[in-house]
Ligand binder design. Structure first.
Ligand SMILES: Nc1nc2c(ncn2[C@@H]2O[C@H](COP(=O)(O)OP(=O)(O)OP(=O)(O)O)[C@@H](O)[C@H]2O)c(=O)[nH]1
Ligand SMILES: [Mg+2]
Length: 233
């Protein structure tokens, strides 16, 4: 589901949606909501796709392929009686799959999630480079950033102690979360990571979602994936 493909074609092929289902979804989504763009960044293989899939689809995605360009996921939340739509950009960790997309990742972003793998010291040591790439792209200091250590279920293989990660997080003044996209017992914790961000973003300047135009294929893409992942939102 890479952006290099035509998103409409991809979803027609993969999920075989029909026009009636789609137009009813579009009607539902014509209700106004505040929408926020969250990008998920980090080395390849740390579990960005699995984490975002766990949050938006509620399940652990088995055998994910390396992300090419970006995959979009979406979840709508009701916070204090208000609709908040999180548009999550699951970015590619491999340089060759991301280089043409980097500018798009950071444009108008509302929050950034930096992911490392607790069983990979290398992925942890890459974080400063990801963090500085983000700053180089003019992401302002008021844009919330968080660190997420994934794959905590692999206890015997841990290479990054919590204390080291906490020290780095404190150095940047970012919140730190450790979790597992795979462990079903961690599902609520994964949700809470994104909920924490959503609550912080709630007070930010709103970007209103109105009835999407026919040509808004990327928005259509979000909506179709939203349906396909079975989000209850
Ligand atoms: N044990 C365990 N494996 C995980 C977890 N999350 C992801 N994985 C595995 O890690 C591998 C990479 O996961 P992805 O989600 O594709 O990683 P990614 O960061 O999206 O990688 P790129 O798309 O290449 O940037 C896959 O084999 C997943 O099954 C986790 O929490 N625990
Ligand atoms: Mg991926």
């Amino acid at each position: 589901m890479a952006i290099e493909n035509n998103p409409v074609e991809v979803f027609d092929t993969v999920f075989n949606r029909n026009d009636t289902q789609l137009s009813s979804q579009l009607e539902n989504d014509s209700l106004e909501a505040r929408i926020f763009k969250i990008i998920v960044i980090g080395d390849s293989n740390v579990g960005k796709t699995c984490l975002t899939y766990r949050f938006c689809g509620g399940i652990f995605l088995k055998n994910p392929e390396a992300t090419i360009g970006v995959d979009f996921r979406e979840k709508t939340l009701e916070l204090d009686g208000e609709r908040i739509k999180l548009q999550i950009w699951d970015t590619a960790g491999q340089e060759r799959f991301r280089k043409s997309m980097v500018e798009h990742y950071y444009r108008n972003v509302h929050a950034v999630v930096f992911v490392y793998d607790v069983t990979s010291l290398t992925s942890f040591e890459s974080l400063p480079e990801w963090i500085s790439e983000c700053s180089r792209h003019s992401v302002g200091p008021m844009v919330p950033r968080i660190l997420v250590g994934n794959k905590c279920d692999l206890r015997a293989h841990r290479e990054v102690p919590t204390s080291h990660a906490q020290r780095m997080a404190d150095g940047y003044n970012f919140p730190l979360f450790e979790t597992s996209a795979k462990d079903p017992a961690e599902k609520e914790h994964v949700d809470s990571i994104f909920l924490t961000l959503a609550y912080r973003l709630k007070n930010h300047k709103p970007l209103r979602l109105k009835q999407p135009s026919e040509s808004s294929s990327s928005l259509l893409w979000y909506q179709r994936e939203h349906e396909a992942t079975g989000c209850q939102c």
